[in-house]
Design a protein around this ligand. Structure first.
Ligand code: V0V
Ligand code: CO
Length: 138
């Protein structure tokens, strides 16, 4: 397994992109609006590796009644989730679900850059909202 991305909740996506660019010299490789997840997001490249790259994902909510909108209201800006890269997200959901971790999705959903994603309940993973992500097949 590897870390695909760390998701960071923010109020102003453009302002945070500019901060990460000038401070860490990171490059934006994708921007997307994901209506289903209630976010406008950007992926900033960190490194390439076996099985896929690693990224910082900056997340601005599309509204207050979304996962990231509620998180910002409750906790303010900061780390929202950690995403593990897996070769097969449906298989990982089955295996991890069978180990007693609650799945927040019944089936994989559409994620950034053509990926397939699913979330695990933070209370079952030591307080960390966890995403499983499968890169698109080329
Ligand atoms: C909530 N909790 C968290 C948390 N959000 N703990 C750690 N990290 C987070 N991000 C805690 C919260 O403090 C509560 O604990 C408890 O979990 C239940 O939270 P809640 O406030 O009652 O419930 P909600 O309605 O805020 O829902 C929380 C969950 C929701 C995690 C169930 O946000 C969700 O379904 N998230 C999955 C989808 C998502 O996050 N999408 C946006 C990223 P206490 O206070 O009771 O102790 S989209 C993305 O990453 C994409 C598209 C991609 O990568 O491609
Ligand atoms: Co994510």
């Amino acid at each position: 397994m590897r870390i695909d991305h760390v998701g960071i909740a923010c109020h102003d996506l453009e302002e945070k992109i500019a901060f990460f660019q000038r401070t860490f010299e990171l490059t934006v490789v994708a921007r997307e609006v994901n209506e289903e997840q209630g976010v406008k997001e950007a992926m900033l490249h960190i490194a390439d590796g076996n099985g896929g790259g690693s990224y910082i994902q900056l997340l601005e909510p599309l509204g207050p009644d979304t996962p990231v909108g509620k998180f910002l209201a409750k906790r303010g800006e900061g780390v929202h989730h950690v995403a593990f890269g897996v070769p097969d997200v449906a298989e990982a959901m089955q295996v991890i679900g069978d180990r007693g971790v609650r799945l927040l999705d019944k089936a994989p959903r559409h994620g950034t850059m053509g990926s397939s994603i699913a979330f695990l309940h933070p209370k079952d993973v030591g307080g960390m909202l966890t995403e499983l992500v499968q890169a698109p097949k080329h």
